[in-house]
Design a protein around this ligand. Structure first.
Ligand code: GAL
Length: 436
């Protein structure tokens, strides 16, 4: 069973967001990459840069490297992963490498603004359109994913996977023991949190050590508070951050805080997922790389744990897509191309995604070998309203993602809704996310 492409509306909205963010400076045209048929005959070294070091994500990467090495025995792959979920530390290291004449062979980057504004627009990437055309790949990737890796008619990266950002993970044993069914609305969720807390169980695990984890939850709450169109308009700069729906999302976040673990400031995302797996918390909101983490800890989908869309977001799908491209100064372009060829292939995506916890970016990868939660997520991807994640680089420029992370980190301390909304609006104006 394979999948078909997903909602067209996302393509339009995404094209709009990209157009808003990329129209001011023309894209530089670096030297075209060598042809798809190029083989790394000289062998040599290939550095693959990412932040996949936690349980599940590291396993997916290793699987990919193993698969590549079997096909390209002459190439020595160097795994240059830098720990820190969502690229917390990796992004700065990558910048130093790229700008300091030490480009890796390829690197993990989110489709959308992070790739297009961050690397393509300043001329740091070479197009790989020929790789797609020579392999006849275009029809096998959803149009909206291709939009997220394209600029000025050229394709710049291969999407390796799609993660669902808005998922609520729950410990089945805790739910069963307390006669709970997964919540679908914010009200149901709050009531359930209170019931669990009254019984001495931590309802929701949260990490905030690297800040982005709070934005990850908050962007889900923006959709819960105002819907998918509101979310897209907000990030397109059409709605003020002082809007009542932003304040409502902040208020929901504030109302959830009494139900989260006290030590969230010391935890990373995988430690918060670990709390659910160890029975120390009932639920956690995280992308489905959490499923990779659970699997790596021998937890079985739909038996030990379940997943539903984050309450209030049913019918909306937060798209988090990791992609890999060709740096304009890649030291061994033939080896990079050979790896991109693997990442974009049916077999490569079938090897990588089950361990990673994601669904394949291609729609023609057989899903039978995937767990039932992945299969359900693939169905939702084909029918839900798709929205680009801000926490994971797609919806808005990195500078504003940093503002959001910083403001939310203040908010979870002082819980001042009016102050945070005003501060976000001011930063959105300063950074050109909204017209001044
Ligand atoms: C996201 C990335 C995922 C996963 C996660 C946690 O930004 O897209 O693949 O790695 O961070 O590290």
């Amino acid at each position: 069973m394979t999948r078909t492409g997903a909602g067209f509306a996302f393509a339009l909205i995404f094209a709009f967001l990209v157009a808003c963010q990329t129209s001011t400076t023309p894209v530089a045209t670096p030297t075209p990459a060598p042809g798809a048929e190029a083989k790394p005959e000289g062998g040599g070294e290939l550095v693959i840069f990412s932040w996949w070091t936690a349980g599940g994500e590291a396993d997916g990467l290793n699987e990919l490297i193993k698969f590549f090495e079997a096909k390209n025995p002459g190439v020595k792959v160097v795994n240059a992963a830098v720990a820190g979920g969502a690229g917390t530390n990796a992004k700065a290291v990558l910048k130093t490498r790229m700008l300091g004449g030490d480009a890796p062979g390829t690197f993990q980057v989110h489709g959308g603004s992070e790739l297009l504004d961050g690397w393509v627009k300043p001329g740091h990437m070479a197009p790989i359109t020929k790789l797609f055309d020579d392999n006849g790949w275009r029809p096998h990737f959803p149009a909206q994913l291709l939009d997220m890796v394209s600029a000025n008619g050229e394709i710049y990266a291969v999407p390796s996977n799609v993660h669902r950002g808005n998922a609520l993970w729950y410990n089945k044993a805790i739910f069963d023991a307390n006669g709970l069914v997964p919540p679908t609305t914010i009200d149901e969720w709050m009531t359930m949190c209170k019931t669990l807390k009254d019984k001495g169980i931590t309802p929701l695990s949260l990490a905030s050590r690297n800040k982005w984890e709070v934005l990850h939850l908050f962007e889900n709450l923006l959709v819960a508070a105002g819907g998918a169109d509101f979310y897209k308009d907000l990030f397109a700069g059409k709605i003020a951050w002082t809007d009542e729906r932003v304040k409502k999302a902040l208020t929901i976040l504030k109302d959830l805080l009494p139900y989260v673990n006290d030590n969230h400031a010391t935890l990373t995302w995988d430690q918060a997922s670990g709390m659910v797996q160890e029975g120390k918390a009932a639920m956690n909101v995280m992308g489905d790389w959490a499923k990779g983490y659970f699997q790596a800890h021998q937890w079985v989908a739909d038996k030990d744990y379940g997943a539903v869309a984050t309450p209030g977001t049913v019918g909306t799908f937060f798209v988090v897509t990791d992609t890999f491209g060709m740096p304009a100064k890649a030291p061994n372009p033939a080896a990079t191309l050979a790896l991109l060829q693997v990442i974009g292939s049916v077999e490569g995506q079938a090897a990588f995604n089950p361990k990673k916890g994601s669904i394949p970016a291609r729609t023609d990868v057989p899903m039978d070998a995937f767990d039932p939660i992945a299969r359900a997520i693939a169905v939702d991807f084909g029918k839900d309203v798709l929205v680009p994640s801000a926490a994971h680089g797609s919806a808005v420029a990195e500078s504003f993602v940093i503002s959001l992370n910083d403001q939310l980190s203040v908010f979870i301390q002082d819980k001042d809704v009016e102050k945070s909304a005003a501060a976000l609006e001011a930063e959105a104006k300063d950074l050109g996310v909204r017209a001044p």
